[in-house]
Ligand binder design. Structure first.
Ligand code: FES
Length: 90
């Protein structure tokens, strides 16, 4: 039986364990917020401030100096995915 979900099949280079390890990777070091939480917050967010409000990231000692750029990249990737999905529908 194939243990992979649909989203995992989109990243064929990662095993299930590798993907879980990546999702547990801490993005906001000051607040200990993992990638998994940031990804969930990307839905409906269009700015880093939106993600910060949802997760509490950016409110640590560095005030978002370290996590802000990472979140910005994730937002850009999410927006690019939406654009490519729209193009495929057309
Ligand atoms: S790493 Fe997120 S506030 Fe410092």
């Amino acid at each position: 039986m194939d243990e992979k979900t649909n989203s995992e099949q989109n990243s064929p280079s990662l095993t299930f364990e590798e993907k879980q390890k990546k999702l547990a990777q801490v993005i906001c070091i000051c607040k200990g917020i993992p990638l998994r939480t940031i990804i969930k917050a990307l839905d409906g967010a269009s700015t880093v401030a939106d993600v910060n409000r949802k997760t509490g990231s950016g409110s640590g000692g560095c005030r978002g100096e370290r996590c802000g750029p990472k979140i910005k990249i994730l937002l850009k990737k999410k927006q690019e995915q939406k654009i490519s999905a729209v193009k495929k529908d057309q």
